[in-house]
Design a protein around this ligand. Structure first.
Ligand SMILES: *Cc1c(COP(=O)(O)O)cnc(C)c1O
Length: 221
C-alpha cells in the first residue's frame, strides 16, 4: 500500500470508530507521526492532503520541516517526544504544539522563551499513566499541580497526552486520562497510536498519533 492509500484507510477507520463510539470527542484529528520518515514520505502525505504531523526529536524536525512549512503554510507540527530545556528556543520557534510538558522547570523555560521571543506553542501535559520509571511524563498524582503552575505562568495548556505501557490493556489508561482532563478543565486528549487509536477514540481522543500504519515500519526509535 502507498502512503496516500494508507492515509485514506486510516481516515476511514477514524470516521468509523467515531461513528461507533457512544461519546466521541467533537472532532478527532489525525497526527501523522513522521519521525525517521524521509522528506519524500512527508511530501507524499502533504500531497495527499495531510496537514498535521508529529515529530519526536527537535533536531530531526528542524532538519526536515522548515522548508515544508514554507511551502505548506497550513501544515501544523506537534512535538510528541521529550523536550530538554536547552532546546526550548528552537522548539518554540518550530512547533505549533508541544505535547510533552512534564515538569515545572520546562514550564518555566517555555514561559521565559515566550517573554523573550513572543513565541508560545499550545501545550499538552504528558502524563505517565503507567508510572513507568524509564518513561517521560508527570506522575498522575502530580499532574493537577503542574497544570495549575503552568496556568499561573499564563501558558496555554489545552490538553493531556499519554503513552500507555506496551504490555498493558490501554483502555484503563485512556479512561484515566479522559477523567483527569475533564477534572482539570482541559478539552484536548492525545492518545492512541497505530495499534490502538480506535480504542482511544472510544474514550474521547481528540488527537490520535499514527506512524507505522501510514508510513510503514521504522528501523529505529
Ligand atoms: C512513534 C510514536 C507514535 C506512533 O507510533 P506508531 O505505533 O508507529 O503509530 C505515537 N506517539 C509517540 C509519542 C511516538 O513516539
Amino acid at each position: 500500500m502507498s502512503i496516500p492509500d494508507n492515509l485514506a484507510a486510516i481516515l476511514a477507520r477514524i470516521a468509523a470508530a467515531r461513528k461507533a463510539a457512544i461519546r466521541p470527542a467533537p472532532q478527532t484529528r489525525l497526527i501523522a507521526v513522521s519521525k525517521t520518515v524521509a522528506e519524500s514520505g512527508i511530501r507524499a502525505a502533504l500531497a495527499a492532503g495531510q496537514r498535521l504531523f508529529g515529530e519526536n526529536r527537535v533536531q530531526e524536525a528542524m532538519a526536515k520541516f522548515p522548508p515544508l512549512k514554507g511551502e505548506y503554510p497550513e501544515a501544523e507540527l506537534h512535538l510528541i517526544g521529550p523536550l530538554q530545556t536547552n532546546k526550548v528556543k528552537e522548539a518554540a520557534a518550530l512547533f505549533d504544539t508541544i505535547q510533552t510538558l512534564d515538569r515545572l522547570k520546562l514550564a518555566q523555560a517555555l514561559a521565559a522563551e515566550r517573554d523573550k521571543s513572543g513565541k508560545c506553542p499550545s501545550l499538552f501535559v504528558q502524563v505517565n499513566t503507567g508510572e513507568e520509571p524509564q518513561k517521560a511524563g508527570i506522575l498522575p498524582k502530580d499532574a493537577p499541580a503542574l497544570i495549575a503552575q503552568a496556568r499561573e505562568l499564563y501558558l496555554p495548556v489545552t490538553g493531556l497526552m499519554c503513552i500507555p505501557p506496551l504490555e498493558d490493556d490501554a483502555a484503563p489508561h485512556f479512561a484515566f486520562l479522559a477523567k483527569l482532563a475533564a477534572d482539570n478543565g482541559l478539552t484536548q486528549l492525545s492518545m492512541g497510536m497505530s495499534s490502538d487509536f480506535e480504542l482511544a477514540i472510544r474514550f474521547g481522543a481528540t488527537h490520535v498519533r499514527v506512524g507505522t500504519a501510514i508510513f510503514g515500519a521504522r528501523e529505529s526509535h
